[in-house]
Each structure stands twice: as C-alpha cells, then as structure tokens.
Design a protein around this ligand. Structure first.
Ligand SMILES: [Zn+2]
Ligand SMILES: [Zn+2]
Length: 186
C-alpha cells in the first residue's frame, strides 16, 4: 500500500524526518525537551595568600542541578541538543578542611578564589518529551533498547512503529498496558 502522506528523504528540510508526518498539522518536524536531574560533587581548594601554607582550605560540595536540553528528533531516530539551560537547585557543603585559618576567614566567601580540583556529575533521572513542532501536541514514544537507549520510535504517525518491539519510555507504561501494547514478559 502506498501512503500518500509519505515524505521522501530527498525532500526533507532541516530537522524534518521522513518517518513522521503529523495527521493534525502536516508537520514533519519533532521537537524534543530532555530534562536531566544531576548531582554534581565538586572538590575545591582555596590557595593560601599569606605565605604560611600552600593551601588555605579544601572543600567538597554537592550541588543538585537541573539541565533542560532542547533539540530535534532526527532521521537517525536520535535527538540533538541545540540548546541547554542549567539551573542550580541547591548546594550543600559535605566536607571542609581548614589549613590556614587566617586566609580562610578572609577569603572563604570569595567564590572566584576557590579552584575546582575535581568535578563528578551523576545522572539521577532524565525525562524526555517529544512534541510536534507544528501543533505542539505531545507524542508518546519508546526505545529500541533497554535503559532509554537506542533509536526512538513514536506511537503516533510513525511509519515504522511496532508496539511490541518498542521498549516504551517508563512514563507511558500504564497507558500502554491499558492498550494491550506491552510485550508479554514471559
Ligand atoms: Zn594563609
Ligand atoms: Zn502537528
């Protein structure tokens, strides 16, 4: 059967995809928003400036950060990051070691003098949303591999969507269960 809505790969404009065409507005572009919750652990040193010691203090801080990445789902079924915004949610001091009391008291609040020696970032959670770029409606999706890995397949208007071969994004589990779309586990 030939689908009259089919888009040829050669006619695609930037960020358009051939596997999707919105039934509501005709757009072939998919916008993505990925929200990441990160925990950053940062080790810092404050140099001693009075000459008594080499370092005045060490500090380890833990920062909760939320990063919002926006982009597009492309023909290769992976999404891009065109823009990202970082918001610091809170900051905790886990450990502090004071060597030169004098310099520490004088400069502890001067964030420009602290030098980062180690920075580890751990992902707590990620939450991807896909919307039609034309009419903004949310489109459910799943992945080809476990743990949100691999290629992304859409639930709606996707020429190659196979419900039982797609590992859904966890936030859609309940909805898909009701539709009988979940792959039997045994
Ligand atoms: Zn000092
Ligand atoms: Zn649309």
């Amino acid at each position: 059967m030939i689908d009259e809505d089919e888009v040829s790969e050669n006619d695609l404009e930037e960020n358009q995809v051939s596997f999707f065409k919105c039934k509501k507005c005709g757009s072939c572009t998919l916008r993505t928003t990925n929200i990441l919750d990160l925990i950053e652990t940062i080790q810092q040193r404050l140099p001693c400036s009075c000459g008594e010691e080499e370092d005045a203090a060490y500090r380890t801080e833990q920062i909760r950060v939320q990063v919002e990445e926006t982009g597009y789902l492309l023909e290769n079924r992976h999404f891009t990051v065109e823009d990202s915004e970082r918001e610091e949610l809170d900051r905790d001091t886990l450990d502090e070691d004071i060597i030169c009391e004098k310099c520490y008291r004088k400069y502890k609040d001067r964030s420009d003098l602290w030098e980062v020696t180690k920075n580890c970032s751990e992902e707590e959670e990620s939450n991807l949303t896909i919307r039609c770029d034309g009419c903004d409606h949310e489109i459910e999706f799943g992945y080809s591999h476990l743990y949100k890995q691999g290629r992304i397949f859409l639930e709606k208007d996707d020429r190659n969507f196979k419900p039982r071969k797609t590992l859904l994004d966890p936030k859609y589990v309940e909805k898909w269960k009701k539709r009988g779309w979940l792959r039997p586990t045994k």
